[in-house]
Design a protein. Structure first.
Length: 398
């Protein structure tokens, strides 16, 4: 039995020289310009009820480079510009497949600054990465080693709002193999008082990363608000200070979720969760900040892709399943269960912890799905009429 290798992106910080930073900044601007020009051309064609594909936009790019107005596009590597057109094609494919909204124009101030290089536009040798149009390799902080013998197929360079530079190397990782099968299963109920409550009785505390840095964030935002509008140096410095606080919060949250999801996947063959509509839940003005800080969507995303990597199974129970109102001992369903009720006693005499009871009910209905195959669907969202959905582990090749 042989498992296909998993492609993973290994992300590292690097410190560019002034010349490299200037070259990359130019590249980011050109990538944004080409993307917006191509989107405008395709939008105009769409109003005429015409279709424009990648090959046609690629021909447009060649023509744009020959004009005096856009001659500066020749000063940067052509590969990131072509990749921008491919990304636009993917965005339209998702739009026509009704999986996404219509593509939007990239903003100079708000859009992510990034450029993607394929193998023809970089050289990776002896742990040294040199991009096209650059004389020196990047000064990368190798915080962890790449897989032995790894050869990157794609390199993505980006700069975040806090001014930090990153390079992401996409490689095949032969070390990711399915874990030995076990008979353990766990139900997971997410919450705000506790981030997770497991059907085993374990409760994982909610770190509340944003709340810990709320005073520092408020102070930085007040300093930014006092700066004059425009693109002045002082305002840019204050904006980066706010971005650094946000980055610190996000880094800690992501690190905690990675450790948590890895442990769950390693210890359990089957993990049952709720299919929550987080996007709708954050419309609650009183709970939006706490729900966003808990990052339930990111938790689920990590859990699902790690389960695929390691041959585990994730089952998502329908969001309308009354996990909190159902007695896990006798099956009695209560009419109401206000959010402030944390413990309750059933008519059968069993006293329940609200979250633990929900986790046990989630596990029970999830195992029913696993055995009976009810509502087995590959989508992330549950269509109407389906009671649950199940994500199967990848099939291994013989």
């Amino acid at each position: 039995m042989r498992a296909s290798h998993v492609k993973r992106a290994f992300k590292y910080r690097f410190h560019p020289t002034d010349a490299q930073a200037a070259e990359l900044s130019r590249t980011f601007g050109c990538v944004r310009k080409v993307y917006n020009l191509a989107l405008a051309a395709r939008t105009q064609a769409w109003t005429r009820q015409e279709r424009v594909n990648y090959n046609q936009t690629s021909a447009m790019l060649t023509a744009w480079k020959k004009t005096e107005e856009l001659a500066y596009l020749n000063d940067v590597s052509s590969v990131p510009l072509q990749q921008a057109l491919r990304h636009l094609q993917t965005a339209f494919t998702h739009f026509f497949g009704k999986r996404a909204k219509y593509p939007r124009f990239k903003s100079r101030k708000k859009s992510r600054k990034s450029a993607e290089y394929t193998t023809s536009a970089f050289r990776f040798q002896d742990g040294r990465l040199t991009l096209a149009k650059m004389a020196q390799p990047l000064d990368i902080v190798w915080s962890r080693p790449l897989p032995e013998g790894a050869s990157p197929s794609t390199v993505t360079v980006s700069q975040d709002a806090a001014g930090r530079w990153y390079v992401s190397l996409l490689c095949e990782d032969p070390t990711v193999q399915p874990l030995p099968a076990t008979d353990t299963a766990v139900g997971v109920d997410v919450g705000l008082d506790h981030l997770l409550t497991l059907s085993t009785g374990e409760k994982v505390a909610n770190p509340r990363h944003e709340r810990r840095d709320r005073a520092r964030l408020a102070r930085a935002q007040r300093q930014l608000a006092r700066k004059a509008g425009g693109d002045g140096a002082n305002r840019a410095k204050a904006r980066r200070k706010v971005a650094r606080v946000y980055a610190r919060i996000a880094d800690r949250r992501r690190d905690h979720l990675h450790k948590l999801t890895t442990r769950l996947v390693r210890e359990n063959q089957t993990i049952v969760i709720e299919d929550l509509a987080v996007r709708n839940m954050v419309r609650n003005g009183k709970l939006a900040r706490a729900i966003s800080d808990a990052a339930w969507s990111e938790f689920r995303s990590m859990l699902e892709y790690k389960a695929r990597w390691y041959g585990r199974e994730v089952i998502a129970v329908d969001r309308w399943f009354p996990s909190s109102r159902l007695c896990s001992a006798c099956g009695t369903l209560r009419d109401k269960m206000p959010l402030h009720v944390r413990t309750w006693t059933c008519d059968c005499g069993t006293t329940h912890d609200r979250d633990l009871n929900a986790a046990r009910n989630i596990l029970a209905v999830g195992l029913t799905v696993s055995v009976c195959g009810a509502g087995v669907r590959p989508q992330r969202s549950t269509p109407g009429g389906q009671s649950a959905m199940k994500q199967k582990p990848p099939r291994r090749e013989p």
